[in-house]
Design a protein around this ligand. Structure first.
Ligand SMILES: Cc1cc2nc3c(=O)[nH]c(=O)nc-3n(C[C@H](O)[C@H](O)[C@H](O)COP(=O)(O)OP(=O)(O)OC[C@H]3O[C@@H](n4cnc5c(N)ncnc54)[C@H](O)[C@@H]3O)c2cc1C
Length: 389
């Protein structure tokens, strides 16, 4: 690992441990039940800015750390669920910044990207649609939201679901389909043409604004706010996809390292049947399995990041990494609760929140089964290719 990445990661870890972990007990961390209040997020970001760790993966000249370097930094930012919000490495902003940095025009970057990098704005990515209406979910080609050109504007109509952080965001990236295919648009938020219908209660509570269901009713977007070309939306979404998927793995690995630290501390101190819990093989083995799967997750992330650093899209590799890491980490979070007995299911420690929230990670950015299905299709393609040649 490079010295610059290690130096940034050390600084981020020290900041998260000393300044951010204490906020986990702040009532504002639960906010309105969906996620921390924006007041708290801004307060933490101010501290991160003062400590020189805000948006640590994007350098002063606007360049991005490599993916392997990003992993080193983002894992440490994830040591608290609040860490990524504080240092500006959270989803969906991190993925949106990456996409804008790679596809945005200079004018789009100045207007939409700069406030995100500076931690002055939040963003959301509007792709998924309500399942009950047959909209896009696992299969984005089922997209029902439409767009058509009207003079110098595009007009968008449709419904969206699970839009993380929409409430309170000032930048939106909206996906809709034109006659040519999928398109992406940059939108200033809030806009009266986008109505929040509902913010469902979900298993997680660490994303400001929750995950909203929306109606888009004749939203007019200036033509120069289209991201890339009409009909190329899925191609641009692919650019965002693998790094964004991998960055979830990084942050969740940080959370599970922390859970494992807390569970190990508990097992070393807590006595049962005349000896510390860790000396009981059943408990010691659970922690040993955690140690193995933490390392497997780290190696999977590092391998996939290395592939992305070659300039490849890494679609296959990020599917493999996402499945492996999300499944490993969920087992680790579960074992930490088990090792800690009743304490594990209370909010006395962050272990409970991490266990609860990591469940959704096997669904967003592609459910496990969808990744396995696309990997199986690749195996079949490769087999056919081998037979033919
Ligand atoms: C917490 C959270 C945050 C999210 N944030 C955002 C966001 O900010 N923006 C956004 O656009 N979307 C967001 N999403 C939506 C997310 O991307 C979708 O939930 C995901 O793509 C799955 O779509 P779906 O929920 O419609 O599931 P469905 O498409 O209804 O699939 C249901 C289940 O069917 C199975 N399945 C589907 N296809 C296959 C297959 N080919 N082979 C085998 N099994 C299959 C899987 O087990 C899957 O879990 C978020 C979701 C969650 C839970």
């Amino acid at each position: 690992m490079t010295e610059r990445a290690l130096a940034i990661a050390d600084k981020v870890e020290a900041f998260v441990r000393s300044e951010i972990i204490p906020y986990e007990k702040d009532p504002r961390a639960r906010g309105d039940g969906h996620g921390p209040s924006d007041e708290l997020v801004l307060e933490m970001k101010d501290k991160a800015r003062a400590a020189g760790v805000l948006t640590p993966h994007i350098l002063a000249d606007g360049s991005h750390l490599t993916q392997r370097e990003t992993a080193t930094v983002l894992i440490r930012s994830g040591l608290s669920p609040l860490g990524p919000l504080a240092v500006n490495t959270m989803a969906p902003d991190e993925g949106n910044m990456y996409l804008l940095g790679h596809v945005g025009t200079p004018e789009q970057k100045a207007h939409f990207l700069a406030p995100l990098v500076e931690g002055r704005a939040r963003s959301s990515f509007l792709m998924t649609e309500p399942a009950a209406e047959g909209g896009a979910g696992s299969d984005p080609s089922m997209m029902q939201t439409t767009c058509h050109q009207d003079g110098n504007h595009w007009v968008i109509n449709g419904r969206k679901a699970f839009i993380t952080g929409y409430q309170g965001a000032s930048v939106g990236i909206v996906m809709a389909k034109s006659a040519e295919g999928a398109c992406l648009f940059l939108v200033d938020l809030p806009d009266p043409a986008i109505r929040i219908d509902h913010v469902p209660h979900t298993i997680d509570s660490s994303m400001p604004g929750g995950h909203a269901t929306l109606t888009i009713d004749n939203l007019r977007v200036p033509a120069d706010q289209m991201l890339g070309q009409s009909g190329e939306g899925f191609k641009y979404a692919q650019i965002r996809l693998s790094p964004a998927r991998l960055s979830h793995c990084m942050r969740w690995l940080g959370c599970c390292i922390r859970s494992h630290e807390i569970a190990s501390d508990y097992a070393n101190r807590r006595m049962a049947f005349g000896k510390p819990l860790i000396d009981h093989e059943g408990v010691g083995f659970m922690l040993a399995e955690n140690m193995i799967e933490l390392k497997q997750s780290e190696l999977m992330i590092d391998w996939c990041a290395d592939v992305l650093d070659t300039g490849a899209l890494g679609t296959v590799e990020s599917s493999m990494a996402k499945v492996a890491v999300s499944e490993h980490l969920q087992r680790i979070a579960d074992r930490c609760v088990q090792v800690m007995g009743g304490t594990g299911v209370t909010d006395d420690t962050i272990v409970e929140q991490i266990y609860r929230e990591i469940r959704a990670f096997r669904i967003y950015d592609g459910p496990t089964e969808v990744h396995k299905w696309s990997l199986a299709k690749k195996i079949k393609r490769d087999w056919k290719h081998a037979q033919a040649g």
